[in-house]
Design a protein around this ligand. Sequence first.
Ligand code: NDP
Length: 284
Amino acid sequence: MNLLNGRKTARLLEENLKVRVEELKEKYGRVPKLVVVIVGNNPASLSYVRSKEKASRRVGINGETIRLDEHTTQAELLEVVYRLNCDLEVDGFIVQLPLPKHIDENIILNAIDSKKDVDGLSLLNAGKLMNRQKGLVPATPKGIMMLLEHYNVEFRGKYAVVVGRSNIVGCPMAKLLTNADATVTIAHRYTTDLAYFTKQADILVVATGVVNLITKEMVKKGAIVVDVGINRVNGKIVGDVDFENVKEVASMITPVPGGVGPMTISALIHNVVEAFLESHEKTV
Ligand code: NDP
């Protein structure tokens, strides 16, 4: 079994990005800028935001965090989004999810200028992915593709199963795998006999938030298994896959933590550099 080491791969990709950022600074006189907007004090969100700040520093891009009170209204948050849309110094920004219940996530996400939407969650970027057009792709599935490509995983003609169908992970993941010429099934909580599908998968991506959903008996020998889940159990972070037993049958598998998480952050920074390049190609 080979470990798909996201932490190591992310650092390697970040080293390359750092060189690229230095070149951009030389050429355009400034580095790309990412702004992260966070509303409230959700501990998990605060921890993700800190990881993004650290990654920005490692790669040498300009990172800023805007912290807003949990009682911020939807109108106030929209004002912040409109300001960032117009700020020529900001190349990409994200509004950290989840948002407090009184704010409609879809309204906020769709107010973000699609060229600065480095989380790739606006309707325009989702539509571009659906139509196989160039756009900004959600960081987690993008990071997973970068990880699998780094380990020379072949997609063409392979059977892939994605468990989970969220807009953030499952659906864009399935589309990226389809675009890479895999044959893809999306499973979800109403899938009858989940194991029937997972047992046939050459590539299995699991993004459900259900601890130990995938057991050894549900995995084909030699399969490549990607565990996206982040679950806190007794103070420990675990995924959706029974790692200790599944690693006995998988040919490659991501650990949790240290698999998909660091790749998500790298893919986000990658998107910021991409957004910077897009805007500068147009204006220079
Ligand atoms: P969502 O809750 O939005 O989606 C979960 C999906 O899993 C849904 O489509 C749901 O089906 C499906 N599901 C739930 N239970 C089952 C089941 N028993 N059998 C099959 N499918 C099931 O979560 P996200 O997609 O946002 O995140 C998934 C996990 O990945 C979470 O643990 C999250 O913390 C983690 N995550 C990790 C990231 C990283 O960087 N490593 C980034 C983003 C998320 P249905 O649609 O029918 O309800």
